[in-house]
Design a protein around this ligand. Structure first.
Ligand code: ADP
Ligand code: MG
Length: 290
């Protein structure tokens, strides 16, 4: 590749909303055989909504206000959905004491002197909270492909919040276009298996990895490399290790700064289908100079 053709290629890409942060990414992208996508915020809108509440113990309104207060300290898109649900009900949020995020699991926080755990089943296992009472509402949500958010108060199961995050219309186009170019498509998600599989099936994705911890995303990228060169497309802080591990790391422009910093390529508009634009440009540029 001549420096001039790379410059022309990256310039043309920028006009189309694709920022190549490194010249060699333009060269590397042409030969990827697998594109692996993060789910939340990449293939989905990343703007999930609360679909329903199932109370297991206590008072629903009080509990939702406490959960929303705790989630106000979180950056996760799920947290925004829960805050909105509380706002729609006109709930006043109580003050929050200590709080902390637990990557890939959820969060915990002190609210009004009580301990709240909010997250997935793995969080409850980690915190040695009895998962049995969550069982029925969890299954019902999973059946619909919704994400269950489990809430425990002082170590006791208290509520299950249903969350659903619409798939981006462009995601379907992206998968189809990649298939048409002979590229395999994978999805890697921290979400529950059933919710992840429901979306993958809908989009025609070839390979799904679910319930993956942030560190695990990078390991999966390494494993996918056995099938050829791998591009990873993601948006979150939790995607940074995978973006760095991939042969080509691609961040959606609506993503976090951490993801953008870790990426070789940035899709400015936040449209995951722009990865196909990037691939086509890469192939064309490289064909011209060969
Ligand atoms: P993803 O981008 O796939 O959601 P994360 O590692 O950020 O991956 O989160 C993994 C899972 O942990 C989420 O799907 C959710 O079940 C749970 N989780 C993370 N943060 C929160 C939060 N603030 N509130 C509730 N659940 C959370
Ligand atoms: Mg994400």
């Amino acid at each position: 590749a001549t420096p001039t053709s790379i410059m022309v290629g990256t310039g043309r890409a920028a006009e189309l909303g694709v920022l190549f942060r490194k010249g060699d990414a333009l060269q590397a992208l042409q030969s990827v055989s697998v594109v692996a996508f993060d789910k939340t915020g990449t293939l989905t809108e990343g703007r999930p909504d609360v679909t329903g509440l199932t109370l297991l113990e206590g008072d629903e309104t009080t509990l939702l206000a406490m959960v929303a207060a705790a989630e106000a300290t979180s950056e996760h898109p799920i947290a925004r959905a829960i805050e909105r649900a509380a706002a729609e009900r006109g709930l006043a949020l109580p003050p929050v004491g200590k709080s902390r995020a637990i990557a890939g699991h959820g969060m915990k926080a002190e609210v009004g002197g009580r301990m709240l755990h909010i997250g997935n089943l793995r969080l409850m296992t980690r915190e040695k909270i009895d998962p049995a009472p969550f069982g029925a509402p969890l299954d019902a949500l999973a059946e619909k492909g919704h994400t269950p958010v489990l809430v425990a108060l002082d170590g006791r199961p208290a509520m299950v919040i249903g969350i659903s995050d619409p798939v981006r219309p462009a995601a379907r186009r992206a998968v189809e276009a990649l298939h048409a170019r002979g590229v395999r498509v994978a999805m890697v998600s921290g979400d529950t298996r059933k919710a992840a599989e429901a979306i993958a099936r809908d989009l025609g994705i070839d390979h799904v990895e679910a319930e993956v911890l942030p560190k695990g995303k990078a390991k999966i990228v390494e494993a996918l490399k056995a099938q050829g060169s791998v591009a990873f497309v993601g948006d979150g802080i939790n995607d940074a290790p995978a973006l760095a591990s991939a042969d080509v790391g691609v961040a959606v422009g609506t993503g976090t700064d951490v993801a953008i910093e870790a990426a070789d390529v940035v899709l400015m508009g936040g449209d995951p289908a722009a990865v196909v634009t990037a691939l086509d440009l890469s192939r064309r540029t490289m064909a011209n100079i060969r």
